[in-house]
Design a protein around this ligand. Structure first.
Ligand SMILES: [Zn+2]
Length: 117
């Protein structure tokens, strides 16, 4: 989820500002952007069974799970934890690391689940 270029840019911008002087507001904007990125990272966790998933959903985390790809599993997950499979990453080919979080069949995807509102 972290884009390294952004971090480099933020660091370079903050350094430049220190040299230039006193544009405090812009520097604060950069700091708060970094904070929200950290927040996103701290909200992302892995769950390997439904108990973990339930706990993380209650904590309003974004949870990465192994998923077999069966829509029935997606529906049942939604029923059980009020969390919806939002999808898989299209930019990175993430290999599943375990069996499906629900049916324990072979997983085909790493999927991201977050709470439905
Ligand atoms: Zn499944």
């Amino acid at each position: 989820m972290i884009i390294d270029d952004d971090e480099d840019f933020a660091f370079a911008a903050a350094t430049a500002l220190r040299h230039i002087g006193h544009d405090v507001k812009i520097e604060l904007d950069i700091l708060s952007a970094e904070k929200s990125k950290n927040k996103l990272d701290s909200l992302l966790v892995d769950a390997y069974d439904m108990d973990q998933l339930k706990v993380y959903m209650d904590a309003r985390m974004i949870v990465r799970v192994n998923w077999c790809g069966d829509p029935d599993c997606a529906y049942n997950i939604k029923d059980m934890v009020s969390g919806e499979i939002r999808g898989t990453r299209w930019d990175v080919n993430e290999e599943p690391t375990n069996v499906c979080v629900l049916c324990r069949d072979e997983a085909k995807y790493l999927a991201y689940v977050s709470r439905t509102y």
